[in-house]
Design a binder for this molecule. Structure first.
Ligand code: NDP
Ligand code: KPL
Length: 339
């Protein structure tokens, strides 16, 4: 079983080490100093007191690897469109693409049913290119619950968690998704196969859509955002808007807003990935985590005044820092009028 991890940074590097340690035939696609270090010294995972170094194939050229059984995308979600052509040599008629990224994935409305079946979302998949050229029918969903960092080129630091829920867009438990889950488990991770993967996507996104932009605007850590009454109320307002949109698409939330906020508070003095990106001068994942929810709100006619305001500010912040060139549009005047 040939597996390629495309964008083997913090999360992809963690997966790469775990899969390589389990004996999987895994190749990593990366670039720059991180790629050079992995080629020279291997890829090292630091997890608590443990240290593991592996030596999988590492390249920046997918053509060297050929057709894969699974391509696990662990790029930042806003980078996916930019590598569609480079990814083609990895894709054969039976290749499955696993979207191990935050936010709404390109395949979201594949096998969704109802009036939105086969719709594409401009904020995450401009022109529907990912849908067509990667293939919605190839997709397997994956939620990334662990936190990891690139501590130095070629070195991944595991911070917490090992849970990567997986699921087919159709909800079926197919041999493809089961085989991948079994491999993840053999590699020391949790990988429950879900028959309602979209519920879990929104549960994760529920936090990202509010905590990430608020943290980038305030530089506050999760515990502070969730404790300060004003930022907690703003988070709640965005989450309530988000919940309304998701429920219109048939999503079921297994916890309520307060419990979700409490869960984030307990994570502690953690900087969200968007704040870390801002501080490190790296492009911020605004469209896949925030703009897409606004776009889905507009699709359903649900106003998102709190989200619109925060999105306007975080987009401006990112543009000024030179870390955003996405699609975010000005807040919908109709939504602001409702506010
Ligand atoms: N890290 C975490 O703790 C968590 C991350 N996530 C999500 O997981 C996803 C991945 O995040 P994360 O691992 O942190 O991101 P990283 O930026 O650490 O990893 C992505 C890697 O892909 C590389 N890359 C980008 N473009 C290319 C290209 N064209 N060719 C080859 N390599 C490329 C990047 O290199 P370069 O640095 O040069 O751009 C980087 O090394 C995101 O959606 C994130 O939100 C979710 C939960 C937690
Ligand atoms: C830590 C957390 C859960 C914040 O929403 C996250 O996923 C991120 O930083 O992107």
């Amino acid at each position: 079983m040939k597996i390629c991890i495309y964008g083997a940074g913090a999360i992809g590097g963690y997966l790469g080490v775990q899969l390589a340690r389990a004996g999987a035939d895994v190749s990593l696609i990366a670039r720059g100093a991180h790629l050079a270090a992995m080629r020279e010294r291997g890829l090292t995972l630091l997890a608590g007191e443990e240290k593991h170094t592996v030596h999988p194939r590492c390249t920046d050229d997918a053509a060297e690897l050929g057709v894969q059984d699974y391509v696990i995308i662990t790029l930042k979600a806003h980078s996916i469109t930019g590598v569609i052509e480079k990814m083609q040599p990895l894709l054969g008629p039976h290749t499955r693409i696993v979207t191990a990224v935050n936010g709404i994935p390109y395949w979201y409305f594949h096998k969704h049913g109802g009036p939105y079946e086969n719709a594409t979302l401009e904020s995450i998949d401009p022109g529907g290119r990912q849908w067509r050229e990667l293939g919605a029918e190839r997709a397997i969903g994956c939620i990334v619950y662990p936190a990891t960092e690139i501590e130095a080129p070629g070195v991944i630091r595991h911070v917490y968690g090992n849970n990567f829920p997986l699921g087919e867009p159709s909800g079926e438990i197919t041999p493809d998704v089961q085989r991948l889950a079994d491999l993840f488990v053999a590699a020391g991770m949790k990988a429950p196969v879900l028959d309602r993967i979209r519920d879990e996507i929104w549960l994760k996104l529920w936090g990202n859509v509010c905590f990430n932009p608020i943290s980038a605007l305030t530089h506050a850590t999760l515990d502070v955002i969730c404790t300060d009454p004003a930022t907690r109320a703003l988070s709640r307002a965005i989450m309530v808007e988000t919940q309304g949109i998701a429920e219109t698409f048939g999503v079921k939330f297994r916890v309520d807003v307060e419990r979700r906020i409490e869960g984030a508070r307990k994570v502690g003095a953690h900087k969200t990935s968007m704040l870390q990106d801002l501080e490190r001068g790296r492009p911020m994942e605004i469209d896949p985590l925030v703009t897409v929810v606004q776009e889905m709100g507009r699709l359903t006619g649900i106003a998102t005044p709190a989200l619109d305001s925060v999105l306007a500010m975080v987009t401006q912040r990112a543009r000024i820092a030179g870390l955003y060139d996405g699609v975010s549009t000005p807040a919908d005047p109709r939504a602001l009028a409702v506010a």
